[in-house]
Design a protein around this ligand. Sequence first.
Ligand code: URA
Length: 186
Amino acid sequence: MGWDELAQAVASCRACSLCSSRHNTVFGVGDRQADWLIVGEAPGENEDLQGEPFVGQAGKLLDNMLKALGLDRRRNGVYIANVLKCRPPGNRNPQPEEVAQCEPFLRRQVELLQPRIILAMGRFAVQSLLGTTEPIGKLRGRVHHYLGVPLVVTYHPAYLLRNLPDKAKAWADLCLAREVASAQAG
Ligand code: URA
């Protein structure tokens, strides 16, 4: 499947029960030749209504973090997606069977994009992509891989909004990701 077919498959997906409560699927946004792929958990209320990832308060913080790296979701260099493409009602945690149905879409996005670095944000995205139950604190600070692509782990921006002191750690994670991305550039 190419990008357009994949986007179409997501838009018409009825593989799990989230399709009955969603307003929009949230495929992803950004440069389809980006070096950076940012992966979050699942759409929240605003994302479900607008069909775009990270458009709420957490998204504003994410945009500022990206800006500090010279990246902009409306320009080149970055693509933003979630593990789940539909909003879990009431923002409940995604269920394992929902992840199992939905993750192939993200896999294909990674295959098409072939980014230099994946930044996985928040416990849920991190644990789903790495297939582990280890907490973020134990996984930060080193390079993992997803489908052969280097992956760096960091806190979710919604968590950072509630835990400002951890912003310094998140900045260190972004710097590690930037180092890995530049090393990939050769
Ligand atoms: N949180 C996420 O993980 N993803 C979004 O798109 C919005 C909030």
